[in-house]
Design a protein around this ligand. Structure first.
Ligand SMILES: [Zn+2]
Length: 306
């Protein structure tokens, strides 16, 4: 637990780590503290995100219609460098798992599974948004990845934290899939940086990892969502991946995809996929099975777990 860095101290720490820092106009006073009546801090760690888009620096500053900015403390462009976006409370983490927060405070490793959304992550975490489509194929250029490592290392060094104070959004909030690289590799790279002098030697970026769909959670969604209120989301991230694949197969209309809800239309589309796989009758009831899901994942770039 620590007092958040002032804007000046933040810039000093980032530059000392070897980063070139760009400042978005107004970032020093851009935060959600006054609007929410909740002040930022004490801080306990840093959170890594991918933006799931491109050219989204201004979105991260201004926010979206449903979520006011700032959406992070810093935005890291694919080629545009590191930009300061907010100073204070920012809308990047949302509700996160308290067990994971406590593990970050205690710097415990490995982090516990994030299965609850019962703590305010915007209170206590610095957030970096990395410009990347997040589809598991969009690469992180080595120079961009290097800057992400330096950003996290600078904050850890400034607060006397180890790399175990770092998490990915996918590790703290159920349903999140960002960032699309391995956080253990990222933490190891930050550790290497922390044991070297600021500026240290560059490390190559890990390849984006293939997104995963948890079969049991998907089945639960297919059994729960149709009977629940319209748009009910049991397993948003996995359902979105499966719906996108069904759209590409021509089995689901685009307007029904992307809401994260495995509703009756998705059930019908998945049943059509099962029939295409050769299943009939009860075996083509629209509730995903392992073989049909693995076949869909092979064609549309996701893995099936466990
Ligand atoms: Zn995120």
């Amino acid at each position: 637990m620590a007092t958040p860095l002032t804007a000046a101290a933040m810039l000093t720490a980032l530059k000392a780590e070897g980063l070139t820092v760009h400042e978005h106009e107004g970032w020093r006073t851009h935060n959600r503290d006054a609007a929410t009546g909740k002040s930022f801090g004490p801080v306990i760690g840093v959170l890594i995100h991918h933006t799931a888009g491109h050219g989204d620096k201004e979105i991260c500053f201004n926010g979206r219609s449903d979520l006011p900015g700032p959406l992070c403390h810093a935005w890291l462009g694919k080629t545009a460098g590191l930009w300061m976006i907010g100073n204070g409370r920012a809308n990047h983490a949302g509700l996160v798992d308290l067990d994971v927060i406590q593990a970050l405070i205690a710097e415990k490793s490995p982090l516990p599974h994030d299965d609850q959304a019962n703590a305010d992550g915007n209170d206590c975490l610095y957030g970096l948004e990395i410009e990347n489509l997040g589809n598991g194929k969009d690469p992180y250029p080595a120079a961009q990845y290097r800057q992400a490592v330096l950003w996290a290392a600078a904050l850890c060094r400034a607060h006397g934290w180890t790399e175990r104070s770092i998490a990915g959004h996918k590790e703290v909030q159920p349903g999140k899939i960002d960032p699309s690289f391995d956080m253990d590799i990222f933490r190891a790279d930050v550790k290497k940086q922390l044991t070297s002098k600021p500026g240290g030697t560059p490390t190559p970026a890990p390849t984006p990892s293939t997104p995963r769909v948890d079969l049991s959670r998907l089945i639960q969604a297919a059994k729960t969502d149709p009977g629940a209120r319209q748009g009910h989301q049991t397993y948003m991230a996995g359902v979105n991946l499966v719906e996108a694949a069904l759209v590409k197969e021509g089995l689901l209309g685009k307007t029904y995809a992307g809401d994260g809800s495995f509703g009756t239309t998705t059930i019908a589309a998945y049943a059509a996929w099962q029939r295409r796989c050769g299943y009939t009758g009860k075996a083509a009831d629209g509730i995903p099975g392992r073989a049909s899901l693995e076949r869909l994942g092979k064609r549309h770039h996701f893995n099936v777990t466990p």
